[in-house]
Design a protein around this ligand. Structure first.
Ligand SMILES: *Cc1c(COP(=O)(O)O)cnc(C)c1O
Length: 414
């Protein structure tokens, strides 16, 4: 069965069973990819993308037609009025941070509806010494998920009136709460707007883009180009999409007030960003299939997984409780050993900047740190969950999962 890798026969049989279980989910993923593929293609055509847009500018980047047209194409794909797509965003955290600083003013309240923001944003919100929102006099409130993992709508109704920005994180992050579907997010947005029409709803859309056939109906959303929308091709970058007036504020924050989006050369990055967006529906589908396969396989082996292979997906993540630090490390080493780049490297837990606990990250990627490529990371803390995402193709994604599972099975028999 596997001519190239030493996967135990027993595991290959379970893998076949897992794949059978995945058939209905895979059909759904393919349908979504077909729809989103057409959506992306029509956005290119409607916005008249031409060969001149694929090359970039240098220096100030005035009149960078490729950059400006790419903003329009992203806005069409995401169903928003406007978008700001830049390689100058160093990651998703930077795009989200720029959006927050772009629209919040001293005295305003930032209200997170989905518990604490993603680990890397904690300093941005409430750090003590580096120019955080808190230091600029922006107050922070949050509501946590209820015990059953659902959003606390009563709390939303209480807090929405006093907030300037209502913040929603779509993906589970490093928690086991369910990721929020687009419908669920839209329901939250409706609730906020009924109480406070002036609130700006900002969605951390990381890992969610193109997993469904529409995106959240938010005032602003933001994400990373080394995740879904970069399609595995974009070399770096991020985006903010939403209302034009707010996008202007964000652009002022990204560059300088007054200069805004008129500056910022695209260098040689435009082609990769266009091609990446064009590839994104297929890349997202491959990553989703890899993720569903991982859920099914790990469940058959007796591990608890979130979400299950039968559940509707709204992002790329599968979390699995492996039951201990050693298994987390083995699993991640198995993923690393199946990478096309740096397969021979052995990842070790470390205190990564921006994260609270020691974390182990496996990612042998063409683009450094790109988690649209098959990757796994695990904060070394209770409940010992590994977070698996990405996969540029289903074939290689599946192989990576099998190698990682082999590594934990081997360890169990040692
Ligand atoms: C990845 C991610 C981010 C941003 O992370 P970067 O590594 O800075 O791109 C923010 N929120 C969520 C939920 C994420 O998954």
């Amino acid at each position: 069965m596997s001519r190239f890798f030493n996967i135990p026969e027993r595991l290959l049989l379970i893998s076949e069973e897992a794949e059978r279980l995945c058939i209905p989910s895979f059909r759904e993923i393919e349908k979504t990819a077909q729809y989103n593929g057409e959506k992306v293609l029509s956005a290119f055509i409607e916005n008249k993308v031409g060969s001149m847009h694929l090359s970039g500018t240098t220096g100030y980047g005035y009149d960078d037609a490729g950059r400006d047209r790419l903003d329009a194409v992203f806005a069409s794909v995401l169903g928003t009025e406007d978008a700001l797509v830049r390689h100058n965003f160093v990651n998703g955290t930077h795009a989200i941070s720029t959006a927050l600083f772009g629209v919040l003013r001293p005295g305003d309240v930032l209200y997170s509806i989905t518990g604490a923001p993603y680990d890397t944003l904690l300093e941005t919100v409430s750090g003590e010494n580096g120019g955080s929102l808190k230091e600029f006099g922006i107050n922070y409130k949050q509501s946590d998920f209820k015990d059953d993992g659902t959003v606390d709508f009563e709390a939303v109704k209480e807090n929405a009136l006093s907030c300037r920005v209502a913040y929603i994180q779509r993906s589970r992050g490093y928690t086991l709460r369910p990721s929020l579907t687009v419908n669920e997010i839209n329901r939250i947005i409706k609730t906020v707007k009924e109480i406070n029409p002036n609130a700006i709803v900002l969605v951390d859309n990381c890992y969610g883009e193109l997993c469904e056939t529409s995106e959240p109906d938010a005032d602003l959303m933001a994400g990373s180009l080394i995740k879904n929308l970069g399609g595995g091709i974009a070399e770096t970058g991020g985006y903010i999409a939403g209302r034009s007036d707010l996008i202007e504020h964000c652009a002022n924050r990204l560059t300088a007030v007054g200069a805004g989006r008129e500056v910022g050369c695209s260098l040689n990055q435009n082609r990769g960003m266009y091609l990446g967006l064009f590839r994104a529906p297929e890349t997202v589908a491959a990553a989703l299939k890899t993720s569903v396969f991982a859920s099914a396989l790990l469940e058959l082996l007796g591990y608890r997984v979130f979400p299950r292979y039968t559940e509707k997906r709204t992002d790329l993540i599968t979390a699995a409780l492996l039951g201990g630090k050693e298994k987390l490390v083995s699993f991640c080493k198995g993923i690393q050993s199946s990478s096309p780049v740096d397969s021979y490297v052995s990842p070790e837990p470390w205190a990564m900047p921006g994260y609270e606990d020691e974390i182990i990250m496996a990612a042998g990627a063409f683009t450094m740190g790109a988690s649209i490529e098959l990757s796994a990371d695990a904060p070394l803390r209770e409940p010992y969950a590994v977070f698996i995402q990405g996969g540029l193709s289903y074939a290689t994604g599946k192989t990576g999962i099998l190698k990682a599972v082999s590594a934990i099975l081997e360890q169990a028999t040692e």
